[in-house]
Design a protein around this ligand. Sequence first.
Ligand code: AKG
Ligand code: FE2
Length: 306
Amino acid sequence: MSSGLSLPLIDLYSPDRAAVAESIRQACIEYGFFYVINHGIGKGIFQKVFEESQKFFSLPLEEKMKLKRNDAHRGYTALYAETLDTSTEFKGDLKESFYIGSNSQDDLNQWPSEESLPLWRDTMQSYHQDVMSVAKRLASLIALSLNLDDNFFERIGAWDFPMASVRLLHYPGELSACDNGKYGASAHSDYGIITLLVTDGVPGLQICREKDTNPQLWENVHHVNGAFIVNVGDLLERWTNCLFRSTLHRVLAIGKDRYSVAFFLDPNPDCLVECLESCCSDSHPPRFPPIRSGDYLKERLRVTYS
Ligand SMILES: O=C(O)CCC(=O)C(=O)O
Ligand SMILES: [Fe+2]
C-alpha cells in the first residue's frame, strides 16, 4: 500500500539558523528525510549534469564497461550488478550507475574519453564541488540541531579527506519478463552521514518509516522542483544512537526511464563514529560500539556487491 507524504522543507540560507536547526532535528527524528530548498545550486547546473549523465548511459555497454567500477569504488556499475536488499530472492537491481569520488583523490576517478564526452569531466567535478559545499553547510546545521558546535564535523577531522561521492543513476524503462518482482533500487538505508538526491521528476522513490511493521507501509516521496531530497545515513544514526533515523527506502521499476543523481557525504575514513554524549544516558546506553568510518563503509560496500 502506498500513500502521499509531505516531508518538511528546509531553507538552507534562512537567517534564523536556530529555527532551521530545530526543524532539521524534528525532520530527522520523525522521517529521516526532508527537502532542502534555497541551497544556491542553480537549475542550469542540474540540467547540465543530467544531460551529461544521459549521454554517458546512452553509450554502448562495451564502452561503459571499459570504465567498470575499480577497487577504489569509482566508475560504472551495470544493470543487475548491485543488490541493495540482500534478504530477498530477487538478485540484481534494475539500475546502472557511475561513481565519482572526491576531487582531492582525483587520480582514483575514471572518466569517459574527451573525444566522446568533452564536457563530462568538468561538469561532474564542478558539481561535486558545489554539492560538497551545500552538504557541509547542512552538516553544520545538523551539528547545531544536536546541540553541538556548528563546526563539530570540522573539529573531528571529518572533512579533512572526506569520502564524498557523486553517483549518477539510470533506471531503464524497458524491462523484460525475468525482471518481474525486481526493484530499480531494492529496500536499503544509505551508509554515510547524509545523502543529497536530485531526480528528473519521474516517480518511484518510496520510504518506509517503520521497517518492523507487518505489512510494511511504503509512502511515495514527491518531486519538488529544484529541491534536494536529503536523508540521514547509517553513520549519523549510529552517532545519534538512533535518535535520527536512517530510513529504509527503495525505487520502484515503473517501466519508464528515470535518472537521478545522489551525493553521499561520508567522512574521513579515519574518523571515529561513536555515540554522542547528548544521545545516551544510563537508561539509554549506546547501541553500537565505536567504529572507524572507513571500516564501516568498506564492509557495507562489500556486502552490497558480493
Ligand atoms: O534514485 C533514487 O531516487 C534513490 C537512489 C538511492 O536511494 C541510492 O542510490 O542510495
Ligand atoms: Fe539510497
